[in-house]
Structure formats: structure tokens, C-alpha cells
Design a protein around this ligand. Sequence first.
Ligand SMILES: [Zn+2]
Ligand SMILES: [Zn+2]
Ligand SMILES: [Zn+2]
Length: 220
Amino acid sequence: MKNPYRSNRWVKFREELIELDGGTCVRCGKTRQGGATLQVHHKKYLTGKAPWEYPFELCETLCKGCHAEEHGEIRPSSEWEYVGEDDLGGLYGACDRCNTAIRYVFFVQHKNWEPMAVGTVCCDDLTGTKIASDKRKYDERLTRFIKSPRWTEEERRHLIEQKHIEIEIVPAIGGYRINMNSVKGKKIYPALNDAKTMVFDFIESGKADDFFKSKSDEPA
Ligand SMILES: [Zn+2]
Ligand SMILES: [Zn+2]
Ligand SMILES: [Zn+2]
């Protein structure tokens, strides 16, 4: 699966835009050195795009005050759309809605408001879904699987049985390969955890069941 947790794309995007705008609010010229909080304003709303996927031309740097003026006072409390997530690797973020310190950031956007970076609870609230809490639960289970004491190692092969499937992760040139129930996988995963993540996704998504079912349906 694509791993969304490699870089903090939102912070990178925001800092690049602020730099492009000369480190100042484009309306009033305030700077961080002058005590202003600089934010990214999206001039236009693009459906389904994460806030960091917008072209820079559609964004501008505003201080908190100018930004509030731009959007008016009342932030919509429903009909927000989930657009992406990030793992900051520690409690380095703050929820844009309730200001709680957060590690797992969920991005939500609204046709009448600025995209926000919020925590799990606020994401569920604003979108009226369980997308964020379900993702957190999934990630927690994935982490438990990766660290499970049930993994054994034999001659650099990593073995586990998960939901009646015998899994073997074997070293290969450039990384690791996966064997499941003696079916040899060809794809190379650069790191052991990438291979374990792939195994977990494959089994959890039900794809493994479908795969081995179709295998057993094949004439011998
Ligand atoms: Zn804005
Ligand atoms: Zn300003
Ligand atoms: Zn919050």
C-alpha cells in the first residue's frame, strides 16, 4: 500500500509557500519575527485535492488576523470532506479546531472554508464519519502485527502464521520477498516492515482469502 506516513507534506508545503511570499502576510506585511502566525489561504476550492496538492498560484500567505477576516466568523460544523492524513512522528501538531496536541493529523476541507489539520475526534465530528478513528484502529493493529512476538526468525527468514496463512518473509537482493502458503511472491520490498505491512493489508483486505480460494478452485 502507499505509505502516507513518510513525510510531513503539509508542513513542507506551508513553509515553501511562506518562503515564496517572502515570509510575510501578503495583505498586511506582518512577519513571524513580528509575532504574527502565518497561515496558508487557499483562494479556490478544488474537490478531492489534499491541501498540499494545490498549485502555489492558488494559495497565499496570510497572517491569522487577515485570514479570519477573509473567511468571516462562523466556521461550518458539518459537511467537511476527509482528504488525507499525516503522521508527525510525535505530538508535534495542534488540532486546528480544538488545539489539542496531535501526532496523527487528518486533513479536512469544506467548500466554504479553509482546509484544516485536525485530530482524530475532530475529523470524525466534522465529517460525520468514522474514517479517522477507523484508520487509527487499523494503524494500531498493523503496529501490533509488525511487532508481534509471534514472529520467529530462522536463518534470516521471518515466519508467522496469520489467519491460517503461513507467511515467510525472506531476504532477497535489494530487500525482502514474501511467500504465503508456499506461493512465492516476486515483488521486492526494500524494508522488512514494508513487507510486513503488505502482508497485513493483503490479509485484512480479504484479498488473501480470495487469492487462496481461487488457487484451491484450480484443477490440480
Ligand atoms: Zn483561507
Ligand atoms: Zn495580515
Ligand atoms: Zn480537535
